[in-house]
Design a protein around this ligand. Structure first.
Ligand SMILES: Nc1ncnc2c1ncn2[C@@H]1O[C@H](COP(=O)(O)OP(=O)(O)OP(=O)(O)O)[C@@H](O)[C@H]1O
Ligand SMILES: [Mg+2]
Length: 458
């Protein structure tokens, strides 16, 4: 930017004023007017050149500093006055260091945002007035907000969450007391979720005005697991207590009122043996289940041919087939060997066959088939498929998802009379999981049940 003429003349006047006055005094004292005229002209010219150089240099420095303040990088240039070079150099260095610091700051801010975004737990940043300023990816997933909906992530779900009396209370306390607060809340919609929430006040606030961090932990699954464990202990002790109470009762009867009664003793002893056997089976099943669970994460070591195993197990079923008058139809194509624990697969076969016979129709037919799937079929990858089907009463649709829960029986009274404890399918499911296979249950009430086990090939 070039200096304006009035400014140039003012500065030139300051520089050349004194020598010009001296020349005029010389003229008054009788000096040669021509020489004085030349001197005055030279003085004016020099003053103008100096003023131009000074003002130009100062204007350049000012522009450099303004650029630095605005965060722009100034290209290096030579000032008009050599003495100003060092000042210009310092200004340039200041500009560079300011720019570097600005870049570092924005990098830190980006890193900060990236960390918040990538944290696995849902996290919200709230303003002083409770507005949602930011929601990380986990929070957007949790509250079902797409990134396109803006940084607020404010959907009906987020709003409902923040309105929950416990959460709102924790937010108010965190703001009032300036200390972290926690709150437990159950969000009923869209599915019931058990949340553990931490509200952390930020002092000083974040650059975007964020005053509160709200961190959520979804405890739904952990709570469900806790409940399941508690249920399991309650169920197991209940199942053991019933036959135990019956044994104790009969022993007391045998020692008291029935002492010496041979006929009663024989009958009661048979019941006692039955109940003791029931307890033994239950304990074996429970131990088996925990053994399978312990090895569930490792792939099975040996290998097995499912058709051969099925033939052996079917032969062993003869006595119970006879008691229920059930016909067994077998279709066992030679199957390829699959990586498997043969003992565990035998247990799967036993459980499925026993279920088909005991929960199926008395005098009915049970089909047992094994075949190799060479190509993908009906959503199943190549492998080996075992199928056990009966023509019994079937299982109502609402019970099917729960059949593999421990101790789950569709009709507890009837199943118990059939000798079941409700652990069979839980064991099957764990064994199939251990083999990285699938258990598929299909049933039509009044027509029968089809249980299929798919196992992956090598
Ligand atoms: N083929 C089937 N037809 C009808 N209902 C069945 C069939 N298989 C299983 N069920 C139902 O599923 C329930 C759970 O089966 P599961 O094998 O887990 O237990 P269980 O047979 O009662 O006892 P366990 O196998 O431990 O001796 C059974 O109680 C029965 O109600
Ligand atoms: Mg069973």
């Amino acid at each position: 930017m070039s200096p304006t003429w009035p400014a140039l003349l003012r500065v030139a006047g300051l520089i050349g004023g004194v020598p010009a006055a001296a020349l005029l005094l010389l003229l008054a004292a009788g000096a040669d007017p021509a020489a004085v005229g030349v001197g005055l002209l030279a003085t004016a010219l020099a003053a103008l050149i100096l003023a131009r150089a000074w003002l130009g240099t100062l204007a350049g420095l000012e522009a450099d500093l303004r650029a630095a303040a605005e965060g722009r990088v100034v290209p290096p240039h030579e000032p008009l006055l050599p003495a100003a070079a060092r000042v210009a150099e310092s200004a340039a260095r200041l500009t560079r260091s300011l720019a570097a610091r600005e870049a570092e700051l924005s990098r830190l801010r980006r890193a900060d945002a990236a960390i918040v975004e990538a944290l696995p737990d849902p996290l919200l940043v709230l303003a002083e007035d409770g507005r949602v300023l930011r929601a990380n990816a986990a929070a957007r997933r949790f509250f079902g907000t797409s990134p396109g909906e803006g940084p607020e992530g404010r959907t009906a779900d987020t709003a409902a969450f923040l309105r929950h009396p416990r959460i709102a209370g924790a937010v108010d306390r965190a703001l009032a007391q300036g200390t972290p607060q926690s709150a437990e809340a159950v969000l009923p919609v869209p599915v019931a979720r058990d949340l553990s929430t931490q509200v952390i006040p930020l002092d000083p606030p974040l650059a975007d005005g964020g005053r509160l961090l709200v961190v959520l932990a979804d405890r739904t699954q952990a709570r469900a697991a806790e409940r399941m464990r508690a249920d399991f202990v309650a169920n197991a002790s209940h199942e053991l207590r019933t036959p135990l109470a019956s044994i104790i009762g009969f022993v007391e009867t045998l020692r008291g009122p029935a002492a010496g009664d041979v006929e009663a003793s024989t009958r009661f002893l048979a019941i006692i043996a039955d109940q003791a056997d029931r307890m033994r089976r239950l304990i074996e099943d429970l131990l088996g289940l925990s053994r399978i669970e312990m090895t569930e994460h490792q792939a099975p070591q040996g290998e097995a041919r499912l058709d051969a195993l099925a033939r052996d197990e079917a032969a062993a079923m003869a006595p119970i087939l006879a008691t229920r008058n059930v016909t067994l139809q077998m279709d066992l194509a030679p199957a390829t060997a699959v990586p498997a624990d043969p003992g565990q697969l035998a247990q799967v076969l036993r459980n499925l066959l026993e279920n088909a016979v005991r929960h199926g129709r008395e005098g009915g037919t049970v089909q047992l088939s094994v075949r190799t799937l060479a190509a993908p079929e009906g959503g199943l990858a190549p492998g080996v498929l075992l199928r056990v089907a009966d023509d019994g009463p079937g299982i109502a649709r609402e019970h099917i998802p729960r059949l593999t829960e421990r101790f789950y029986r569709v009709d507890a009274g009837r199943a118990r009379n059939a000798g079941g404890t409700g652990l069979g399918l839980a064991i099957v499911k764990h064994i199939v999981g251990h083999h990285r296979g699938q258990l598929l249950i299909d049933s039509t009430v009044g027509q029968g049940t089809v249980m299929r086990v798919w196992l992956p090939g090598r």
